[in-house]
Design a protein around this ligand. Structure first.
Ligand SMILES: Nc1ncnc2c1ncn2[C@@H]1O[C@H](COP(=O)(O)OP(=O)(O)OP(=O)(O)O)[C@@H](O)[C@H]1O
Length: 573
């Protein structure tokens, strides 16, 4: 809890003061004025009785006020905690590196942002306050009882404390069961996510029945683990209830014996029974809350394990260089790369790549499937960091030393798989950043989206649906191209960005990119159109993770090497 207080110090302190100090104190006062009231009645002392009634009324008002303030402050704290903690976790996830993010499934993150955080809020945070207030209530009530009659108090205490030991034994089992329940809940969220995201595959391959069976297994395990949890809760509540009844029996029974033999008054027994209420109730709640806290702790551990694998974002980016312009060249020197793998060394995907990319030139990156073209672009985007093997620099500055936001002002990528947000067409191009109307129109025209905009009554405000379901594959790719063009970064990477477009549209878009004078572009393409390839300053040919040829289209065709062979293969087919 220590680390959670920082989310709202003021309301945390208010809640603790009112629930763990003010409320139990006033409660104790109520028992004492009640004793005065009953004894005044039995003594037939009207003045004392009037005074005691007035005092009781005042105490009741303060009691109600203190409950209101402590609940308000507690809810406010939980509310602020919930806002800030979710924001903090979301930021940690969204700012993580691509390889750290890919080490977990999206379902894991979804479950963390829903189930795990809710369990921490509901079980850990709320139980913390409840434990504090119930412990204080218990302590003040015991003190009051001892003050009124210590002998009766000892008997009541012995009966009250027995169930705590029994409940404590259940705590370990509770934590293990909660862990298991959380794992099942997370698996359930992942399964549901997979089923709905892969709806089209499920329909097309006729596997709805099999997926339903998988869901049923997962759902049964989730429900069973929830039931095990409720069973342990049920046992806790029953033990607490039974001990509660027993405490009343001892307080009333023994108290009345003491009244008969004249060692205490009826007022004192009533006050003690009133205080017993505040021993029984907190005791039964404490058992439950201690178990809740253990369950909440288990969720906190799960979340911390996930965060441990995500790097802490650097607050002060001053260690990194700001690069505001691209003036000369990108240099790849001895670049070798393997994708990071858990507990083993991954297969080498790139070997000793040496390449100079000059400002303003256009390069076509060509090669067989799996030869490493996409990987090369990913390294230029610094999605993965090169560690020992080689370096990539822009204008002689190693990209590992450039701060990411300034790097992405220089370089941008259009990928084959486009993620479309459930928002308007304009939002999907600007991504919520501000651009002028003219800039937006220019990007729409160059990416070939004009017809789509003009044919829709809502124009650029048209909603494209969840994951762009109201768009064709080609339209999604055009949006991705518009996203890159509007940003006018001096370096543009295109990874089969026109694969869903026909030859005419591909030619139009590639021509538009080739025509941008100062733009440095690397375009991965499988469409080996001689008319287009001739327009590139150079063609880079990749094979098995290495560059085997580099030169203009005419030079490479004359060489009759890899490009020639690939083009012949394409024409033959
Ligand atoms: N995230 C990854 N983890 C491990 N290996 C990967 C990963 N991504 C790609 N690879 C492997 O790296 C190699 C190169 O893949 P890459 O996607 O760079 O090739 P490519 O030339 O772009 O292929 P294509 O033309 O089919 O898109 C392949 O053998 C692939 O299996």
């Amino acid at each position: 809890m220590k680390s959670f207080k920082k989310y709202d110090h003021l309301n945390y302190s208010l809640a603790i003061i009112f629930s763990a100090v003010v409320y139990p104190l006033i409660n104790l006062l109520l028992a004492l004025v009640l004793k005065r009231l009953i004894d005044a009645g039995i003594d037939r002392n009207v003045n004392d009785l009037k005074l005691a009634i007035f005092a009781c009324l005042l105490v009741c008002i303060f009691l109600a006020l203190s409950v209101f303030i402590s609940e308000w402050a507690k809810n406010k704290f939980v509310n602020n905690f919930s806002k800030k903690y979710r924001k903090f976790i979301f930021k940690r996830i969204i700012l993580s590196d691509l390889n750290e993010f890919s080490a977990n499934s999206v379902g894991d993150f979804l479950a963390t942002m829903t189930n795990t955080i809710s369990t921490i809020e509901e079980k850990y945070i709320k139980s913390y306050f409840n434990i504090a207030s119930n412990s204080a209530l218990l302590l003040f009530s015991i003190m009051g009882m001892f003050f009124i009659n210590w002998k009766l108090s000892i008997a009541v205490l012995i009966v009250s404390l027995a169930p705590i030991f029994i409940l404590n034994l259940l705590g370990g089992k509770m934590q293990a069961t909660q862990n298991a329940a959380l794992t099942q809940q997370n698996a359930y969220v992942s399964k549901v996510k997979d089923a709905f995201s892969g709806f089209l595959v499920i329909k097309s391959f006729n596997i709805a029945k099999q997926i339903s069976t998988e869901f049923e297994n997962c759902n049964n395990k989730r429900a069973d683990s929830e039931f095990s949890l409720s069973e342990i809760n049920n046992v806790s509540v029953s033990i607490s209830n039974f001990s509660g009844y027993l405490v009343f029996l001892v307080a009333y029974g023994l108290g009345m014996f003491m009244v008969i033999n004249g060692s205490t008054s009826i007022g004192a027994v009533t006050a003690i029974v009133q205080l017993v209420n505040f021993i029984v109730m907190p005791l039964s709640k404490l058992g439950i809350e201690l178990n809740n806290k253990k369950a909440g702790l288990a969720a906190t551990k799960t979340l911390n394990q996930l965060l441990e694998n995500l790097h802490t974002p650097v607050k002060n980016d001053s260690n990194y260089l700001e690069l505001s312009k691209f003036e000369h060249e990108i240099e790849l020197s001895n670049v070798s790369f393997s994708y990071p793998q858990k507990n083993k060394v991954g297969k080498k995907v790139l070997t000793n790549i040496n390449l100079d990319i000059e400002k303003g030139k256009k390069y076509a990156l060509v090669g067989m499937s799996g030869s490493g073209k996409t990987t090369l672009l990913k390294l230029l985007m610094r999605y993965y960091k090169l560690t020992n093997n080689g370096s990539i620099s822009i204008d002689h500055v190693n990209i590992n030393q450039i701060n990411l936001s300034s790097l992405y002002h220089l370089i941008n990528i259009v990928q084959q798989d486009v993620y479309i947000f459930d928002n308007s067409l304009a939002y999907n191009i600007t991504l919520g950043q501000s651009f002028t109307k003219q800039e937006l129109n220019e990007a729409i025209n160059k990416s070939g989206l004009r017809k789509l905009v003009d044919n829709n009554a809502a124009g650029i405000k048209m909603n494209v649906g969840e994951e762009g379901k109201e768009l064709s594959g080609g339209q999604k790719q055009r949006i991705s191209i518009a996203r890159a063009l509007i940003r006018r970064t001096p370096i543009l990477l295109m990874d089969e960005a026109t694969s869903s477009l026909d030859q005419k549209n591909t030619t139009e878009i590639e021509n538009a990119i080739l025509a941008v004078k100062d733009l440095t572009a690397i375009v991965v393409t499988h469409k080996l159109n001689p008319n287009l390839l001739q327009k590139y300053d150079a063609i880079i040919f990749m094979k098995d993770g290495t560059i085997t040829e580099e030169g203009s289209y005419d030079e490479l065709m004359k060489q009759k090497g890899d490009l020639y062979n690939l083009c012949s293969l394409t024409i033959d087919n």
